[in-house]
Design a protein around this ligand. Structure first.
Ligand SMILES: [Zn+2]
Length: 181
């Protein structure tokens, strides 16, 4: 990307190269690369981030490509494997639970930051885990915020059953619906 990166013989026609090049104009480079300075991440975790970024994370697809496996399918759910599958597409129940919890942990970090801001008191609903889970991440919201059921007035055309089963936002901040994550 820059001269000092010395890409030399890198394939500049590849999807990864061009996707990352396009991102350079829209991402915050400092934040995007701040994981390098994160003291809570070990070297192995940082290496995995770079593998995901470069499309070299060792999935079953790679094992099959290198003839170390007889199939490129996920060993857990038998669907086609890839790093995207590993990160969020696997249909195995345990993996799905981990993906959901990872999403909720990230959401709780965002809500914790928002809750400390000027509109923190306006958070009226969250669907990012139980109050106990939120407490584990030092997220102390008003009572009943983690009720996991949208209030009836929020979508008055839906029945109570539909409200329970519909896709819910991670959080709602009122009074002006300032943020629906
Ligand atoms: Zn799978």
């Amino acid at each position: 990307m820059r001269k000092h990166h010395r890409l030399a013989g890198a394939n500049t026609n590849s999807e990864y190269f061009n996707n990352w090049k396009r991102l350079l104009t829209s991402v915050n480079i400092t934040i995007s690369n701040s994981f390098w300075n994160n003291t809570r991440m070990n070297v192995s975790q940082k290496r995995n981030v770079m593998k995901v970024r470069t499309g070299t994370l060792y999935a079953q697809k790679m094992a099959h490509l290198y003839r170390r496996a007889t199939s490129s399918s996920s060993l857990l759910c038998h669907q086609p494997d890839s790093q995207t599958h590993m990160l969020s597409g696997c249909q195995n129940a345990s993996i799905q639970n981990m993906v959901t919890e990872r999403h909720n942990i990230a959401s709780r970090l965002i809500i914790r930051t928002l809750s400390k801001g000027d509109f923190g008191g306006n958070i009226i609903f969250t669907d990012i885990g139980s109050e106990a889970r939120m407490a584990q991440q030092s997220l102390d919201l008003q009572a009943h915020v983690a009720n996991r059921t949208l209030p009836q007035w929020f979508l008055p055309n839906l029945s109570a059953d539909e409200l329970r089963s519909c896709s819910r936002p991670d959080a709602v901040c009122m009074p002006l619906l300032l943020a629906i994550l």
